[in-house]
Write a protein that binds this ligand. Structure first.
Ligand SMILES: Nc1ncnc2c1ncn2[C@@H]1O[C@H](COP(=O)(O)OP(=O)(O)O)[C@@H](O)[C@H]1O
Ligand SMILES: [Mg+2]
Length: 197
């Protein structure tokens, strides 16, 4: 399966999502993460050599992808509409993360309305203290007729910060929220696999 994470927005959890979906897919079959962002956040995360899957840049990825059952592609923030459309055409499923903030999800809805059908929006940074905002985002996205993952990713800044600093998957940090965050990505991964035709 070829999965990509992309958005017209930056800082919405694309790289974190790419890393954790790759970790999930690796539990099923060999998985490659292609870091297509010139800031190389995924490659930096992988530097300590502790991630359970291979990470490479987009140039190496062209050839390497043949050796893996699953490929996850991480992309830069602020892509133009046309670039996101082309990415969707080039993968099996495009995961479009967005935070539940109206300023974030409105442009995403706008963009997603122009995409081919193989994408799904993912709510990230869902703050347990503002459940209403998350519910409003969920309603606005579904009311627009757009596909949305049933599961969502909680906002656990310390756990993800520790994971990126240590170069590990969030389930491995010494922070009780790490397991909860991983559980959310596992649910997303399961949704991803169950819908694969
Ligand atoms: N669910 C989350 N809760 C808290 N912090 C998060 C979450 N997802 C990502 N982050 C943090 O937010 C920052 C941006 O995430 P990142 O995945 O790099 O976004 P993008 O790739 O869209 O720019 C990073 O510091 C990351 O550790
Ligand atoms: Mg990124």
């Amino acid at each position: 399966m070829i999965v990509a994470t992309a958005s017209v927005k930056g800082g919405v959890g694309k790289s974190v999502t790419a890393i954790h979906l790759a970790a999930f897919l690796q539990l099923h079959a060999p998985t490659l993460l292609v870091d297509g962002d010139s800031t190389r956040s995924a490659l930096q995360w992988a530097k300590p050599g502790l991630l359970p899957f291979r990470v490479c840049d987009e140039r190496q990825g062209i050839k390497l992808t043949r050796e893996f059952e699953h490929t996850v592609i991480d992309t830069p923030g602020g892509l133009a509409q046309e670039e996101v459309e082309n990415l969707a055409k080039g993968c099996d499923l495009l995961v479009v993360p967005t935070t539940p903030n109206a300023l974030a999800f409105r442009p995403v809805i706008e963009m997603a309305l122009g995409l081919p059908s193989n994408f799904k929006i993912l709510l990230t940074f869902c703050d347990g203290r503002s459940k209403l905002a998350t519910e409003q985002a969920r309603r606005a996205i579904t009311a627009s007729g757009l596909p949305l993952f049933k599961a969502q990713i909680p906002k656990f800044s310390a756990a993800f910060e520790q994971a990126s600093t240590q170069g590990v998957v969030v389930s491995q940090v010494k922070n009780s929220y790490g397991i909860v965050a991983w559980q959310a990505y596992k649910e997303i991964g399961e949704e991803l696999i169950s819908e694969q035709v």
